[in-house]
Design a binder for this molecule. Structure first.
Ligand SMILES: [Zn+2]
Length: 127
């Protein structure tokens, strides 16, 4: 969002410069101003599409979807949501923990033995 906002700001600034140039050179630069207006509106429209998509997703995510293209997109978004949640959980779980060299389970950093398989956790074996 910040990235898009900074594009908007850059566009507005560039537009101001062209507005001034416009007064000096007349119609020649006029299409440039319109091109910037088009770009600016396209950026704003892209944000509206994004919001619309997000709102529509919330409305239909639990419904049975007849339209194949929409059903595919909804499934793709759900899949990504699950993956994101999974990764975020992994990040949370990994905090202050180490992985058992024997069974791969997460163990508290202070533990001497693995809660899962009972193997002794030695720091030297980390590689
Ligand atoms: Zn283990």
């Amino acid at each position: 969002m910040d990235f898009l906002n900074s594009i908007d700001q850059a566009m507005n600034k560039a537009k101001e410069v062209f507005d001034v140039a416009c007064k000096k050179t007349g119609e020649v630069v006029n299409t440039q101003k319109q091109k910037f207006d088009v770009s600016s509106l396209e950026n704003k429209r892209a944000k509206d599409f994004e919001k619309l998509g997000s709102l529509y997703f919330d409305l239909i995510k639990n419904e049975k979807i007849e339209n194949e293209s929409i059903a595919e997109l909804v499934a793709a978004i759900k899949e990504k949501n699950e993956k994101i949640e999974e990764l975020q959980n992994e990040i949370l779980n990994a905090k202050n923990k180490r992985i058992c060299a024997n069974c791969g389970a997460y163990i508290e950093e202070s533990s001497i033995y693995c809660n899962s398989c009972g193997a002794k956790v030695t720091i030297e074996d980390e590689e």
